[in-house]
Design a protein around this ligand. Structure first.
Ligand code: ZN
Length: 122
């Protein structure tokens, strides 16, 4: 792989989880004792600041490669994996490109689908 990047995981998204946790915590206001509420809020804030010291929210490692090789084949390879939840995604695509100077090949490719479309209508 020629390139890599760290991104936010679409599955576990730590920032969204923290926002949900905070909303849940705030909904407890007035329902539990003020002492318990302050205690839980302090615990949440401590945990949130500890999270930001580590990898932060970018837990998704991305590796990708894109290009054309010397035989005219275009290839894209992408994979990502989350360090927190294990979310994995991979994508691969290969396609032979038509040579720019070879017009006979391009014409043949363009004519072929049209002919088959006409045939299917009849
Ligand atoms: Zn994740």
């Amino acid at each position: 792989m020629s390139a890599d990047n760290w991104a936010i995981c679409p599955q576990c998204n730590p920032a969204r989880k923290r926002a949900e946790e905070l909303a849940n915590l705030e909904s407890l206001y007035g329902k539990i004792s003020l002492y318990d509420f302050k205690d839980r809020m302090a615990e949440f804030q401590l945990k949130s600041s500890a999270d930001s010291i580590g990898l932060g929210d970018n837990t998704l490692r991305e590796d990708y490669e894109i290009g054309v090789n010397d035989t005219g084949e275009f290839e894209i390879v992408y994979s990502c994996r989350c360090n927190t939840c294990g979310f994995v995604f991979t994508f691969k695509h290969k396609q032979q490109l038509t040579k720019p100077n070879d017009t006979s090949t391009q014409k043949r490719d363009e004519e072929a689908p049209k002919a088959s479309k006409r045939n299917s209508r009849r």
